[in-house]
Design a protein. Structure first.
Length: 116
């Protein structure tokens, strides 16, 4: 997913399923890490918990594919979602593990990911 016009259209008019898939696609395929991060952070504020969980996974994919994220923006979102999510906590844990591994972050000190 590289076309900003398509991404913005999905953000504006997409179904819940479209939005849930968007962050994964952006995280994997968008060449602009900052724009991809911003899309995922925007989706992380959505009322639907699956859209939010997938937004966290999208951030994990950005860590994998682009090796860069803004910790001061991403960390609070991931920690909030880890604490708030119940059914989808595993997705958040996977994203946290990706950021720890690919970016050298240490978020496991604040959330015991292995014990979720």
């Amino acid at each position: 997913m590289q076309d900003r016009a398509v991404i913005e259209t999905i953000l504006a008019t997409g179904s819940i399923d479209d939005l849930a898939r968007l962050s994964i696609a952006v995280g994997k395929y968008c060449p602009e890490w900052k724009y991809a991060q911003d899309v995922c952070l925007r989706l992380a504020e959505h009322p639907d918990e699956n859209v939010r969980a997938n937004a966290c996974l999208g951030l994990g994919y950005i860590a994998r594919t682009r090796g860069r994220l803004e910790k001061h923006l991403v960390k609070p979102v991931l920690l909030r979602e880890f604490r708030c999510q119940t059914e989808l906590r595993g997705k958040i844990a996977n994203a946290i593990e990706d950021l720890n591994f690919f970016l050298g972050w240490r978020l496991t000190a604040e959330v015991e990911v292995s014990n979720w």
